[in-house]
Design a protein around this ligand. Structure first.
Ligand SMILES: *[C@@H]1O[C@H](CO)[C@@H](O)[C@H](O)[C@H]1NC(C)=O
Ligand SMILES: *[C@@H]1O[C@H](CO)[C@@H](O)[C@H](O)[C@H]1NC(C)=O
Ligand SMILES: *[C@@H]1O[C@H](CO)[C@@H](O)[C@H](O)[C@H]1NC(C)=O
Ligand SMILES: *[C@@H]1O[C@H](CO)[C@@H](O)[C@H](O)[C@H]1NC(C)=O
Ligand SMILES: *[C@@H]1O[C@H](CO)[C@@H](O)[C@H](O)[C@H]1NC(C)=O
Ligand SMILES: *[C@@H]1O[C@H](CO)[C@@H](O)[C@H](O)[C@H]1NC(C)=O
Ligand SMILES: *[C@@H]1O[C@H](CO)[C@@H](O)[C@H](O)[C@H]1NC(C)=O
Ligand SMILES: *[C@@H]1O[C@H](CO)[C@@H](O)[C@H](O)[C@H]1NC(C)=O
Ligand SMILES: *[C@@H]1O[C@H](CO)[C@@H](O)[C@H](O)[C@H]1NC(C)=O
Ligand SMILES: *[C@@H]1O[C@H](CO)[C@@H](O)[C@H](O)[C@H]1NC(C)=O
Ligand SMILES: *[C@@H]1O[C@H](CO)[C@@H](O)[C@H](O)[C@H]1NC(C)=O
Length: 478
């Protein structure tokens, strides 16, 4: 064998990088165990972090240590995600399965590095013992190189997980429909369904799967294309996430309530017969995420108020004609999406909400803006029937960062509107009928993107608007 050949083989071997355990890192200094920081419901523990000022466009970053998460549209099964503030775009910046630990050189702290294609994310771990739990997004240091800093006691050697966790108590027996089940394994196997256990690729799921922990406890169950939900599943004693996707004829059984002590996410999508929600759903009091999408849902009960811990509600692609006024009173509701409800004309039910941060309602027939929502940061009402933004000052505040009202019929904006908002970075008014802008728009400081394409501006107004923004860093699209 020639030297050249040996050399090539050596290169070939050394370039194979074997990923580390993304949850745990053990060296002679001790153990770093991030598992207690991980969310296990496919969501990021540290969502939508805005880098410190001066970092450029309206971009946020999300991160979940140890377990993969999904942030639509494009981050599926990732460790880190870059998201546009309006939620329209997202890009993976690293996958859990690529995790590599670095114990840190002289003076340097330890870190974990993730990659996805050309992108690299380095999360520096900062050990503190005073209870601080913080993730700072430090942005894109150089092209495709992203940095974050995680400050937590679990970033300390032996800070977390130093002693092995005690196994959970043995499962209770559970009887349903005349069968007694003694374990989650028995439940899953009794159904004879084809269910993948802990699939290595979480994205994109095409058949049913379950996430099971090392003690054999089923934490998540995702049922895809199954018409009859076996009642045995309601005996799963620690189920946190249940999704039911693509059933021809689904009726959600009242046994759902058996999961009430553990279920935090419930997702139903793509159901072809009109779906009715059982009253028991509204007794699932620890639910934090509820999604009912593309299921021909026509009404949502006021009983939703009972879901006191609900933070995220998605009702896209249904046949809703109104929303329950309870939504404006739910103190924990942060994110609501009602896009593609082609018969929904009003969002007035949301009036008075103090918690809502993100509101998406594109492709409806909304004619008026909702009012008095004090903490809205992102509002997206594209392709509706709005004719004026005269009332906009009632919802916009210094928390507003991104607003998108493309493809409506807006022909006026109140004069003093922009006086009250100093924080807006992204405003899309394309596809409307504006012929002038209020003078108050010009001093607005933080604009990054102002989209005015396809309006009714005359030549002079066009020149004025582009000219005034020319010396600034604002991108104006006319
Ligand atoms: C915790 O310690 C860090 C670093 O020593 C410090 O920056 C932070 O302010 C402290 N936080 C609290 C809540 O004491
Ligand atoms: C569960 O059922 C099994 C088999 O029927 C039985 O041996 C066991 O004692 C039961 N466990 C409990 C806690 O009831
Ligand atoms: C749906 O299921 C119910 C029973 O659960 C049945 O009565 C109904 O006929 C079914 N509808 C269709 C369209 O299959
Ligand atoms: C529902 O079906 C559509 C089209 O068939 C698909 O694009 C979408 O991903 C499905 N939704 C979910 C949540 O699987
Ligand atoms: C909803 O119902 C309509 C008829 O009312 C039907 O055409 C449509 O296919 C249904 N939607 C879904 C997702 O099945
Ligand atoms: C569901 O909640 C309602 C209202 O809080 C309560 O009256 C009812 O008893 C609950 N039902 C069950 C089965 O827990
Ligand atoms: C907005 O809410 C506040 C209290 O949260 C209330 O005092 C005020 O009247 C409301 N304004 C409108 C226009 O509803
Ligand atoms: C507005 O409508 C145009 C033309 O149909 C389309 O290209 C554009 O994507 C729409 N904008 C938004 C934000 O939906
Ligand atoms: C927003 O902040 C600016 C400057 O800090 C302030 O002048 C203005 O009153 C604030 N607007 C609201 C609605 O709080
Ligand atoms: C301009 O906006 C209107 C809606 O207001 C839309 O129908 C049309 O397709 C848009 N034209 C272009 C070129 O985007
Ligand atoms: C535009 O951005 C550059 C680089 O970020 C900055 O130095 C400059 O001050 C900004 N100009 C204005 C007018 O904000």
């Amino acid at each position: 064998m020639s030297w050249f050949k040996i050399f090539t083989i050596f290169i070939a071997f050394s370039s194979v990088t074997i990923a580390d355990d993304p949850c745990r890192y053990q060296t002679d200094k001790g153990v770093i165990d991030l598992s207690s920081l991980a969310r296990t419901d496919n969501k990021p523990q540290y969502p939508d972090k805005v880098p410190a000022a001066g970092s450029g466009y309206s971009i946020e970053y999300s991160y979940n240590p140890c377990k993969s998460f999904t942030e639509l549209p494009s981050c599926q099964g990732v460790a880190g995600c870059q998201v546009s503030t309006d939620g329209k775009y997202s890009f993976s910046i690293g996958k859990q399965e690529s995790a590599k630990w670095n114990s840190g050189g002289i003076g340097g702290g330890h870190s974990v590095t993730y990659t996805d294609g050309p992108k690299t994310l380095v999360v520096t771990l900062v050990c503190v013992k005073n209870g601080t739990d913080e993730l700072e997004a430090l942005g894109e240091a150089t092209t495709n190189n992203y940095k974050m800093r995680l400050t937590n006691k679990c970033a300390c050697w032996n800070g977390c997980g130093g002693t092995p966790p005690t196994p959970p108590p043995p499962q209770r027996n559970c009887s349903i429909d005349g069968h007694e089940y003694t374990s989650d394994k028995e439940i899953i196997q009794s159904t004879l369904l084809d269910i993948t256990i802990n699939p290595s690729q979480l994205s994109p799921p095409t058949s049913s799967y379950a996430v099971v922990d090392k003690y054999g406890i089923v934490l998540e169950l995702h049922l895809i294309g199954i018409d009859d939900i076996p009642s045995a599943f309601f005996c799963l004693q620690s189920l946190q996430v249940l999704s039911i996707i693509g059933c021809a004829n689904l009726s959600i059984p009242s046994e759902l309530l058996l999961l009430a002590d553990t279920l935090t996410s419930f997702i139903v999508a793509n159901i072809s017969t009109p779906l009715t929600l059982p009253p028991e759903l509204f007794n699932m009091t620890i639910l934090s995420t509820l999604s009912i999408m593309n299921s021909n849902l026509t009404t949502l009960s006021e009983d939703i108020i009972n879901l006191a811990q609900l933070t995220e509600l998605t009702l896209d692609q249904n046949q809703l004609t109104s929303l329950p006024t309870a939504l404006g009173k739910m103190a924990s509701l942060k994110r609501l999406s009602v896009s593609n409800n082609l018969r929904l004309a009003s969002l007035n039910a949301l009036t008075g909400s103090k918690s809502l941060i993100t509101l998406q309602g594109s492709h409806c027939i909304i004619t008026d803006l909702p009012t008095n929502i004090s903490s809205l940061s992102t509002i997206e009402l594209n392709n509706n029937l709005l004719t004026s933004l005269d009332e906009l000052n009632i919802i916009a505040s210094n928390s507003t960062i991104s607003m998108s009202f493309a493809n409506n019929s807006i022909n006026s904006i109140s004069n003093d509107f922009f006086n009250n908002i100093q924080t807006i970075k992204y405003l899309d008014l394309s596809g409307n009928q504006l012929s002038k802008l209020p003078a108050s728009i010009y001093p607005a400081k933080g604009f990054e993107i102002l989209n005015l394409h396809n309006n009714s501006f005359g030549h002079q107004e066009t020149e004025w608007v582009t000219g005034i923004f020319r010396p600034t860093n604002t991108t104006v699209i006319m």
